[in-house]
Each structure stands twice: as structure tokens, then as C-alpha cells.
Ligand binder design. Structure first.
Ligand code: ADP
Ligand code: MG
Length: 236
């Protein structure tokens, strides 16, 4: 797609991105400025609250910049033959700790005999973290998150499933748009980043959601031999 774009189109895309990022960074900056002014005026007993808000907003600006950078540099990443389950097992204690604090539970359903895949470990961990965090943020206590793998000959599916509130039909289309968020502290860059990671791995990501039932994100990776067959020049 990028190659097909003309110069004007590319420039206007850059312009649009610049406009959105400017807007997104200005918001937390305005909040920080406002609260620092208040810190000077009000009685010191409010200071703790203001300090907390200022720190949170600065962190948010920082995450926006970090996520945006990873999104903007559509770089070629190094991949290695690695087992998806190894990555899931590295991340799961982290998620488990988070879930405990929220009173939620996490279940792993890892299918046996899943083959190794060509993956960039850092990116896939990020992908899993983003999907799992979204699920946990959507659920209340007693929510349960299932991380599942399935091997079906053609490839391996990584499935992140929650029993949260689900996503309204009208919103489903917007999920992967940069800066789309329904959270007061969201960046709206988590899913766009997931999409770009999956694309760099020649995979696909889709979402199934039913309001009141929950949401399932399904990432499909192709196994190495399917990938090789895909990349082979066609015989004439
Ligand atoms: P952020 O998490 O910063 O809002 P994301 O790009 O990660 O940004 O997600 C965009 C939006 O998609 C969220 O604000 C939320 O409305 C919706 N969403 C993502 N995952 C889920 C989920 N598992 N359940 C319900 N809504 C979700
Ligand atoms: Mg998110």
C-alpha cells in the first residue's frame, strides 16, 4: 500500500499523524500546567492529589510518545525460531500479578505440539501484553482471561479471550485506528501497535465480540513451511 501512495498522499498522512500526536501530547501538557499552577495557590493538603495527577499525566504523555514511535518506525525486525509458549510463559507471571491485584483470574490453554515460529520475541511479548492488558482493563473483578494457542496445520493461533462487557458493533471498525480510545487514561495506540506487529510477522489479527458476553482477539501466524511456500517464486 505504501509503495502505491503518491508523494502528496504520503505527505498528508504524515501531516495527519503530526496533527494527532500534537493534539494527544498537548492534552496531558495542559493538565500538568493547570495543576502546577494550582499547586502554587492551594493549601498544601491538596498537594498529594495534584502530585499524583501530574505524574500520571506525564507518564501518559511518555507512553503516547513510546507507542507512537514504535508505530511510526515500521522497521524490519529480527526474527528467530522460537516457541510461542516460551514467550507466553515469560509474560504470564507479570500478567498474573496484575490479575491478582484486580481480583481476576488467568487461564492458559496451551495446545501440545505447537511448532516453533519465526518471531521477534520483544514484539510478540508486547503484543500479548497489550491484548491481555486491554482485556483486564475491560473486565471487573471476577473477570477471567484465557490465553490459548491452537495449531491447525496451516499455522498457529494465539487467542486472548475475556468475559468482559464486549465491544459495541459500531465501535468494532475503529479499534485499530490510531488514538481511538474509550478510556480516560488510554492512548488508543495499543491495538494499532498490535496490528503493525502482526503485519511485520505476516500474520493476521481479528476480533470477535458480543456485547455483555466478552471479547476474543485471534492472532494467526503461519508456520515456517507455509511461509516458505508463500515466498517461493511461482513456477511458470
Ligand atoms: P487504549 O487501551 O489505550 O484505549 P487500545 O488501542 O489498546 O487503546 O484499545 C482501543 C479501545 O478498544 C479501548 O479503549 C477499548 O474501548 C477497546 N478494547 C480493546 N480491547 C478490548 C476488550 N478486550 N474488551 C473491550 N474493549 C476493548
Ligand atoms: Mg490498550
Amino acid at each position: 500500500l505504501r509503495a502505491e501512495m503518491g508523494n502528496m498522499e504520503r505527505l498528508s498522512l504524515v501531516g495527519q499523524m503530526a496533527a494527532s500526536i500534537t493534539h494527544e501530547i498537548r492534552n496531558p501538557m495542559a493538565v500538568v500546567r493547570g495543576f502546577i499552577q494550582l499547586m502554587k495557590q492551594k493549601s498544601p493538603d491538596h498537594l498529594d492529589d495534584y502530585y499524583k495527577i501530574v505524574m500520571e499525566e506525564l507518564d501518559r504523555a511518555n507512553s503516547i510518545i513510546n507507542d507512537f514511535l514504535s508505530l511510526a518506525q515500521n522497521r524490519i525486525v529480527e526474527k528467530e525460531r522460537i516457541h510461542l509458549h516460551d514467550l507466553i510463559n515469560t509474560i504470564s507471571p507479570l500478567l498474573q500479578a496484575d490479575a491478582n491485584l484486580r481480583g481476576q483470574e488467568i487461564m492458559l490453554k496451551l495446545q501440545e505440539c505447537v511448532p516453533e515460529l519465526l518471531l521477534n520475541p520483544k514484539e510478540i511479548k508486547q503484543l500479548l501484553l497489550n491484548l491481555a492488558r486491554n482485556a483486564m482493563e475491560a473486565m471487573d473483578e471476577k473477570g477471567s482471561l484465557i490465553i490459548e494457542t491452537r495449531y491447525e496445520g496451516q499455522g498457529v493461533d494465539l487467542i486472548v479471550k475475556d468475559n468482559g462487557p464486549g465491544i459495541p458493533k459500531a465501535t468494532l471498525d475503529k479499534l485499530f485506528e490510531p488514538f481511538f480510545t474509550t478510556k480516560t487514561k488510554g492512548t488508543g495506540l495499543g491495538l494499532p501497535l498490535c496490528l503493525s506487529i502482526v503485519e511485520r510477522h505476516n500474520g493476521t489479527i481479528r476480533v470477535e465480540s458480543e456485547e455483555g458476553q466478552g471479547t476474543t482477539f485471534i492472532v494467526s501466524f503461519r508456520t515456517e513451511d507455509t511461509l516458505q511456500a508463500m515466498l517461493q517464486p511461482q513456477a511458470i
